[in-house]
Design a protein around this ligand. Structure first.
Ligand SMILES: Cc1ncc(COP(=O)(O)O)c(C=O)c1O
Length: 333
């Protein structure tokens, strides 16, 4: 199918490899697991966000923006990726961060360290304040930049909106080439879901490129009902903004819920064991906030027999390695 993409910057190292995790698959005794290595879209700007930002930042530049505002948790992969890409494009970047600022006598770690290195401006808000009025905070900063003669462009959390969604539509075009090259027709595509845009893009792309897979998101925060609504919202926004004829109301949204544990970014010892298992068996490094939690859920469902007749399945490795370092003390060897 011919898909007409909106303006796009070439920022990610593409295509990423699709590799079989055969030692793991053999050990689990279920389907053949393939891993789409979107952790290799770059080094410092690795992960899923760069695919979305190729479209979001193209729109920002098209609109003449000089300052990008975006938001996320203190260890947000999305914020780190945005900060570094803005530096590479000569744009100012302001990050609205949910959580505590690192005390002056403690060195910044993980993603936050890279945010500072890339020269992003940061503003910290308590969880409570952020939850209650994040839209208002973003609007206030937008007003601030406008009134001081700048041209701000706000990217929502995770770049999950009608524009960012194109990133994983394009990834599906790439997957269709991968599937042909490997002579496979995977029955399931699975990824971690945090703000919904990756899943929404995969759902639309799966349909547009006729992959014939069932797309699953394993939520790492909130719950199934939240993501059913959020992913549908992003799909509707994409169809409306880009006048798409695809009937987004008929697309199935599948969520595997039950693996959030005690909360966002809080991982149990089982998740860290999964991270160790993948590192040792396949040389693949997962993170405790997104991919490790999701992969732990996937292994659990495979062991329960959910994918027994699945043949080939694909896990999208969405990156996140820098989120591992601030949680180093939780890993036991
Ligand atoms: C490493 C990683 N994996 C997965 C996700 C989830 O993607 P999305 O926000 O598009 O649901 C995110 C961001 O939220 C992430 O940083």
């Amino acid at each position: 199918m011919k898909v007409l993409y909106p303006p796009r910057l070439s920022l990610a190292q593409l295509p990423t490899p699709l590799v079989p995790a055969d030692r793991l698959s053999k050990r689990l005794g279920g389907p053949r697991i393939w891993i789409k290595r979107d952790d290799q879209t770059g080094s410092a700007v690795s992960g899923n966000k760069i695919r979305k930002l190729e479209f979001s930042l193209a729109k920002a530049l098209e609109e003449g923006c000089d300052t990008v505002i975006t938001c996320g948790g203190v260890q947000s992969n999305h914020c780190r990726t945005t900060a570094i890409l803005c530096a590479s494009l000569g744009l100012k970047c302001h990050l609205i961060l949910r959580g505590e600022e690192t005390p002056k006598d403690v060195a910044a770690d993980g993603n936050l360290l890279l945010d500072y290195l890339a020269g992003a401006k940061t503003s910290f808000y308590s969880n409570r304040d952020y939850q209650a009025r994040s839209d208002q905070i973003l609007t206030e900063w937008e007003q601030y930049y406008k009134s001081s003669g700048n041209k701000p462009f706000t990217i929502p959390i995770g770049a999950s909106d009608g524009t960012g969604l194109w990133g994983y539509i394009a990834a599906c075009e790439e997957l269709s080439v991968d599937f042909t090259a490997n002579s496979i027709n995977p029955s399931h595509i699975i990824s971690a879901t945090g703000s919904g845009g990756t899943q929404a893009g995969l759902i639309a792309g799966n349909e547009l490129f006729g992959l014939g897979s069932k797309v699953w998101g394993i939520n790492v925060c909130d719950d199934e009902s939240y993501f059913l609504q959020k992913v549908r919202h992003d799909l509707r926004q994409w169809a409306k903004w880009y006048s798409q004829s695809l009937d987004v109301e008929s697309l199935a949204i599948n969520v595997i819920d039950g693996y959030v544990g005690s909360g966002y970014a809080k991982a149990s010892s089982d998740v860290f064991e999964t991270i160790k298992l993948l590192a040792r068996l396949e040389g693949v490094i997962l993170d405790p906030v997104y991919t490790g939690k999701a992969f732990h859920g996937l292994i659990d469902r495979i062991e329960q027999g959910q994918f027994d007749d699945a043949g080939d399945i694909v896990f999208i490795h969405t990156g996140g390695i820098f989120g591992l370092f601030p949680q180093r003390e939780q890993i036991s060897f």
